[in-house]
Ligand binder design. Sequence first.
Ligand code: RBF
Length: 350
Amino acid sequence: MNTYKKMAIILIAMTLVLANCKPRQPSKAQPASQPRSVSIAVFIPGAASGSPIYEMLAVGVKQAADEYNAASAGQPVAVQVIEAGYNQAEWEAKLTALAASGNYDLIVSSNPSLPELARTVRTKFPSQRFLLLDGELSGDPGIYTLRYNQREQAYMAGYLAALFIVEAGGGKAGLIAGQEYPAMLQTILPGYREGAGAVDPGIEIDFRVAGNWYDAAKCAELAAGMIKAGVRVILCVAGGANEGAVQAAVEAGPDAARIIWFDTNGYAVRPPYIIGSCVIRQDKAAYSKIKLFLEDALPFGRAELAGLRDGYVDFVEDDPLYVTAVSASVREKQGGMLRRLRSRELVLED
Ligand code: RBF
């Protein structure tokens, strides 16, 4: 090969490497000609520990960044996880400070209250972009949201709760929420009631609110009171406080009370007390949406909804701990309902 050919090959190779290193979405603060890494903040509105919905968020973002970095040497995607804590009154100021720093090409978060906060922040820092899961807002060109079909998720829980209770000879179905919020009152609680009612129209639902997302002692006290009042199955949607409900069930014994887990697979938390796991795939959502962002293809301005048929909502049937926690007859009936949902014979629009 002559020297010119060699030089041409080297030049082409360098151009390709440099093209690969180009930051996908340079922030306004830096001149576009200066290559820099892409910086992503994961804003946890609460604490990651004990709230699987937040743990999954960080896992999915990091996985997408790691894969991107492994494939493109040079300009890495940096991910920083920031816990905002449980004082909700501080979230807007903390989010504003993140945007004001100008350090992040994208702020990722999850929670139904985040879209409004992000919209407010963007009035002051219009170049700051947000990817928000478990929330909904359309029409803001710097915000993308993805919400899950939680009517499906809660319906599956209610259906199982009632199947279990009917087989056990009667009782009430319970739900403990961390706090009252629109998605809880308008979707999750009605979905749970609807699912339970499909099995036993006369079933009574005992709904209680812990008042926060961390106080396991408060949750244990609530759950113990519910069990005393005849509740046999409790759906827990109280984040880090959920463990209190598990403790109360264990103290009462497996014949008195059982638990249904929400958001992640919780069978292993305390077998055989956890009889069902109604999951959302927030890790998968975070992973695939961050990948889109890095490819410059995230549809900012849009609000998307994902459910069972999209693979973002599911009930975990194939865990051996599920098989040992409930009878074959309950599993068969729950499976029948799931098949109807999957085939769209049963449609639960959110
Ligand atoms: N869910 C949690 O698991 N942990 C939390 O700390 C938490 N904090 C929340 C704060 C607010 C203001 C709202 C509206 C919801 C919160 N959720 C939390 C509930 C979460 O968004 C979701 O509804 C549940 O995880 C069920 O999927």
